[in-house]
Write a protein that binds this ligand. Structure first.
Ligand code: 13P
Ligand code: SF4
Length: 317
């Protein structure tokens, strides 16, 4: 039993080497986990890394659907996650049977699903997208193509507005982004009149309307790095500030919160992962993601289609 945080860190790093494991971590993970990861990224970067890795074990520090995606892209590797209960309100808002019925009720539609969905929903999809490529994926289809977009109504609505499309939207949302209100954003803007506001497209339309820049986690990081402004209101999950502070020590970041009673905007699912759990899982090689061969075969098609289109368009290398 290790009690010292340095000891835990050292033990994880040693085990990683010993077992030829790679640690992939989403930007929403706690700073200590981001600091031991081999790759930190948003959903698109991490899906690509999961496909390319030569490691025997993938330790995916994110939420369950991300572990599933890594397994689908790398079925011969052992994929483990720190906590099996790390789900996602967005993925959970789209149950398989309900979505299958919705799809049957709207035949002749191409189904584009945001990567934040279960492996089962991926099998009902034609193309997967992430917030980092969603607009380009939609624009790669003919203007008159009938599209169902699932499960995030906010990202789907944002794409409809900027592409002029009329995609049918599944009524799902991310609890972390959806609950931010324009009312509170306006208050924060009044308190910080010099700050530039960036927002993730999972936020509701009224909040997005107030943002100076809307983009995926990676896009916001890039935008802030190249901006001459010094203060930023950041409407997304708090974990992003670790990377932002590292990259921009001279800039200040204020996380947009749901109200005055807290100073952060944490995803309770992402934050289930701790260093202790990473160590325990890696030691025991427990919490393995197991998916049937058939499910993997069906779910990998729309993800590979996304990766192929993203490469063709130069979004990823
Ligand atoms: P991205 O990583 O695609 O920006 O998505 C944010 C998110 O909510 C992940 O769960
Ligand atoms: Fe899901 Fe939202 Fe948490 Fe991302 S931030 S894992 S979309 S609940």
């Amino acid at each position: 039993m290790f009690t010292d945080s340095n000891e835990i860190r050292e033990r994880i790093l040693a085990l990683k080497k010993e077992k030829n494991a790679v640690i992939l971590a989403h930007y929403y993970q706690i700073p200590q986990i981001q600091d031991i990861a081999d790759y930190i990224g948003d959903s698109l970067n991490l899906a690509q890394k999961a496909k390319e890795t030569q490691a025997d074990i993938i330790m995916f520090c994110g939420v369950h659907f991300m572990g599933e995606t890594a397994k689908i892209l790398n079925p011969n590797k052992k994929v483990i996650i720190p906590d099996m209960n790390a789900s996602c309100s967005l993925a959970d808002s789209c149950p398989y049977d309900d979505f299958k019925l919705f799809k049957e009720q709207h035949p002749n539609h191409t189904v584009i699903s945001y990567i934040n969905c279960s492996a089962q929903i991926k099998t009902l999809s034609d193309i997967i997208c992430t917030s980092g490529n969603a607009v380009q994926i939609v624009n790669s289809l003919p203007k008159d193509e009938k599209i169902i977009f699932a499960p995030d109504k906010n990202l789907g609505g944002y794409i409809n507005r900027i592409t002029g499309r009329d995609m049918l939207l599944w009524n799902g949302s991310c609890e972390v982004h959806e609950l931010l209100t324009a009312e509170h954003v306006l208050k924060m803007k009044q308190q910080n009149p010099d700050a530039i506001m960036v927002a993730h497209p999972e936020c509701n339309p009224a909040v997005l309307e107030l943002a100076d820049f809307v983009g995926s986690t990676q896009a916001m990081i890039k935008y802030i790095a190249s901006s001459k402004s010094r203060r930023f209101l950041v409407a997304t999950e708090s974990g992003i500030t670790h990377k932002l502070q590292q990259d921009n020590p001279d800039k200040e970041f204020i996380i947009v919160t749901q109200n005055e009673s807290c100073a952060c905007n944490d995803c309770r699912h992402m934050k289930l992962n701790t260093m202790e759990k990473v160590l325990d899982t890696l030691e025991k090689e427990s919490n393995e993601i197991i998916l049937s061969e058939d499910l993997i075969l069906q779910a990998e098609k729309p993800i590979n289609r996304m990766l192929d289109i993203s490469k063709q368009l130069g979004i990823i290398k």
